[in-house]
Design a protein around this ligand. Sequence first.
Ligand code: HEM
Length: 409
Amino acid sequence: MNHHKTGKKFHARGSMAFGFHHLIKGTQKVVGAFARGVTGHNVPQTAEQQQHQNIEQQQPHTKEENAPQNAEQHVPQTAEQQQPQANEQHVPQDAEQQVPQTAEEHVEPEVLGGLREGFYQKTCPQAEEIIRNGLVRAMQNNSKIVAAIPRLFFHDCFVNGCDGSILLDTTPSGAEIEKSAGQNGITVKGYELIDEIKLELEKNCPGIVSCSDILAYLSRDAFVASGLPHYEVSGGRRDGMESLEANVADNIPVPDDSVDLMIELFNRKGLNAEDLVVLIGAHSIGVAHCFNFLYRMDDPEKAKMVDPRLGNVMRFTCTNQMSTLAFDAATQYKMDSVYYKQLLMNRGLLESDQVLAQDIRTRGLVQLFNNDEIGWFDKFGKAMNKLGAVEVLTGNQGQIRKQCRAVNA
Ligand code: HEM
């Protein structure tokens, strides 16, 4: 086994978070089958149509079309694909003060954690297209898949790095796998889509595209389908050969985590407080189950942090703990800065989201991204590449799995 990972041993989490998820895990075992049924319904037609339009309009460029070594050569194909440049160093003060960068200042390094843009250009040039088409097909039956995929990717990357270990159904030692952990369980979905895409890739380019890279490209496509401008994704991850439930609890943030703890968890992965606030904007799409936020209304101190109208919606909608509510009900299927506005109005569903709008270290960023959606979009793609480079296996490390649920025999 070739597992060159570092920084995997961390202190135990606060007992509150642990106890809470212990409880959740018990609940999942009882109601898991029901929950899958619940989360598949209620698909607004218009949102679906909008998503399909977005993903078809924003076809990712291949390396050949759009050599990103030199920013001057980068000519966006359509108006939609043009991404305004944000100021890398901007201090969270006022969106109006931002000075757009020139193309020269915006050149991105080719290598991040040993990964490369256009990684499959020679070995499997159709890889990104196959992945994107898989998402488009899946969206026809289930528009919620779009939000499920980035969460799957995040939970993969924060546990043992972005190595596809969350996808494994068994681990060689026979121990409990990541999927069994409370933070994953029924609320992490999308495994079947990964299987379908992997099958298609194996038909076209056997043994070439890793499961971990599928997750990285597919997450980008999911965000683009939700309105985020296209961003290039670096590839070259290889798949891990171990998946352990024991690694999950200390690495995945939970809804009652403090800002301190979230920043610490992100720091351990090489991400900073700004990356945290940028990436938490992923909650602009998707839903949360009531067991992840309804407890706030039972505690008078915590309930004070909830906008009374949202509190009423929580109580009304949460007929049981397995009901779901959209993070951003107004634009549930759209990546936009409305989510940050909601936080500033105490309408964040999760306590862990809401505290980011309160804390002195992060509030300015929440305000900034609320005022500057384009700047946030730009930072989002970059932060996703940082997330996607966490503790990756490259070169001869790990393996390219033949199927994503099992290590190669
Ligand atoms: C930093 C702390 C974070 C915490 C505490 C957190 C927690 C959660 C929780 C509790 C849910 C609801 C799960 C459910 O009830 O079904 C959720 C959903 C989601 N999370 Fe996060 N998350 C965090 C960061 C992130 C990041 C960094 C991303 C992606 C880059 C992400 C993407 C998502 C998405 C897209 C959903 C919606 C899933 C769906 O609708 O199926 N989250 N998150």
